[in-house]
Design a protein around this ligand. Structure first.
Ligand code: ATP
Ligand code: F6P
Length: 477
């Protein structure tokens, strides 16, 4: 089989070489030439859509093109607001319409896979019987698409009831309906599925699967075959749903920021030090008494910013600022003068542009992957890092595009709280009342490095309130 390898830019490219045992090489990533259909399995309200949505966002962040095919959305075209009786397997018409929705989703998915860049599809449905799963596997086998079945199994009644309240009552299936009746109907829907539900078992030992039991307290994996499958499974094994937040801040204003220079390992300016002094209060205002761990980079300005925080601290090389190579220590104006072609090339494609002897945003994302994995495993974390790195972390949680994220404005002396919720991440920004220069540079310009005007902080709608990542998806078949 032809292989996939990372290009010099670090993205995934098709190669014609055979690569029988491609694996992570610690610098970039290599994957075999596989197209994978991740088939979700499980009763309703077991977090399948949430898992599907997270996997798509994670892979997209890593530039692996993935797409979710939600059978519930197809079903809604013929039956927008079904009652539980629709899901009764003795209901012939219901069965026919549900099968039609699954057929339509699989057909679209197979068509989507014809595009060579499309690597991973998630078939989001209950897929709760062996015969349905066998049918999907046969369809995929015929197209040369691998299947990875991912089952979420959970019998904790309180948790399921909580899930129903959290996401199901706002589903389009129940729009405009009484919440109590909707909850009862949804429970009834689950009962319908329970009558025919078959968990993945020995009969299906020829299949590649990952069975997540009780939100990951036990995970069974079977026949994981290649690198990309194992990456997805490893990611799934790290997910949890305990309520928590991640706080992110840039370091306080540095002496380099004041002079408009990029990179380096400068100390904080006096105003940066004042931010460091105020940060514990700002964090307390947002986190109260929650236990926190602080992560910094290995550069002085982040350690100095975190120095007064009364929490356990850990420094990570992976959180160091984007390496600007030969441009380290220059101002944007210097770069434009000394490396005009590079300056322009960066503006044209900031995400992929790699500084001479340095890094691109794409490179930073790759080195941040272990940080993201660790963040998924962790609870409340406060990260003190740098402009470019913060943009990449933010892009993971918010699903921001590669075109937009390198241009995002992240003011100094501002603490961002990110709170993962079902299907979205909530964002809140808190400003310390300490002035600082703006290090933001608009496309096609040099940065001015003047104090950030108050109006561009609090006034901008992009800096306030909540941001959703993806539209709510729900309801399988
Ligand atoms: P349906 O089949 O009706 O579409 P679903 O299985 O896709 O349901 P989701 O809509 O994803 O379920 O449910 C989201 C809820 O599930 C959230 O409240 C989330 O906290 C919770 N959840 C996430 N992961 C798990 C898990 N592994 N087990 C149980 N619940 C989970
Ligand atoms: O100016 C501060 C800084 O952290 C520099 O050290 C770094 O090179 C730059 O921001 C990254 O931002 P951009 O990618 O917009 O140039």
């Amino acid at each position: 089989t032809p292989g996939l390898a990372r290009s010099p830019q670090g993205d995934f490219m098709r190669s014609t070489r055979t690569r029988p045992s491609a694996k992570a090489n610690g610098v970039g990533v290599q994957v075999e030439d596989t197209r994978i259909c991740v088939v979700m399995v499980g009763l309703p309200a077991r977090g399948k859509s949430l898992i599907a949505q997270k996997v798509v966002r994670y892979l997209g962040w890593l530039s692996i093109t993935a797409k979710c095919f939600n059978v519930g959305n197809y079903r809604r075209t013929n039956t927008p607001q079904p009652t539980a009786a629709f899901f009764d397997t003795t209901n012939k018409e219901g069965e026919r319409l549900r099968k039609a929705a699954a057929e339509a989703a699989v057909t679209d998915m197979v068509r989507w896979f014809r595009h060579p860049n499309n690597l991973i599809a998630i078939l989001d449905a209950t897929n709760s019987t062996k015969s349905r799963r066998r049918w999907i596997k046969d369809r995929c086998d015929a197209e040369g698409i691998e299947t990875l079945f991912v089952e979420s199994k959970c019998d904790d009644e309180d948790l399921i009831m909580g899930n129903i309240k959290e996401v199901k009552l706002t589903s389009p299936d129940y729009q405009g309906q009484d919440p109590e009746e909707a909850a009862q109907d949804f429970r009834q829907r689950i009962r319908m599925y329970e009558q025919v539900y078959q968990t993945l078992d020995e009969d299906e030992s020829d299949m590649t699967y990952c069975k997540i039991i009780d939100v990951g307290s036990k995970v069974i994996i079977n026949r994981i075959q290649d690198y990309l499958q194992s990456r997805v499974v490893y990611y799934l094994m790290n997910l949890h749903i305990k309520p928590r937040s991640i706080w992110v801040s840039r370091h306080g204003e540095s002496m380099y920021n004041l002079s408009g220079k990029i990179g380096g390992d400068a100390d904080l300016s006096p105003r940066g030090q004042l931010y460091a002094q105020k940060l514990p209060e700002l964090v307390k205002q947002s986190a109260g008494d929650l236990p926190l761990t602080v992560w910094t980079s290995t550069l002085k300005r982040t350690a100095q910013t975190a120095r007064h925080l009364p929490y356990e601290k850990l420094s990570w090389k992976a959180l160091d600022e984007l390496d600007s190579g030969v441009c380290d220590g220059l101002t944007y104006a210097d770069i434009e003068k000394e490396y005009p072609a590079d300056f322009q090339a960066r503006d044209e494609d900031k995400y992929n542009y790699r500084y001479l002897g340095g890094e691109s945003y794409r490179d930073v994302v790759i080195r941040l992957e272990p940080i993201i994995m660790e963040l998924e495993r962790s609870e409340n974390i406060l990260i003190v890092t740098h402009q470019a790195v913060l943009r990449c972390i933010y892009a993971y949680f918010m699903g921001s595009s590669q075109e937009k994220s390198p241009w995002m404005e992240v003011p100094l002396h501002c603490l961002i709280r990110l709170t993962p919720r079902a299907y979205m991440t909530e964002e809140e920004r808190l400003f310390a009342d300490v002035p600082a220069v703006s290090t933001w540079r608009a496309k096609g310009s040099e940065a001015v490095h003047q104090d950030t005007p108050e109006s561009s902080k609090r006034g901008s709608p992009s800096l306030k309130g909540q941001t959703k990542t993806e539209a709510q998806i729900d309801g399988k078949s």
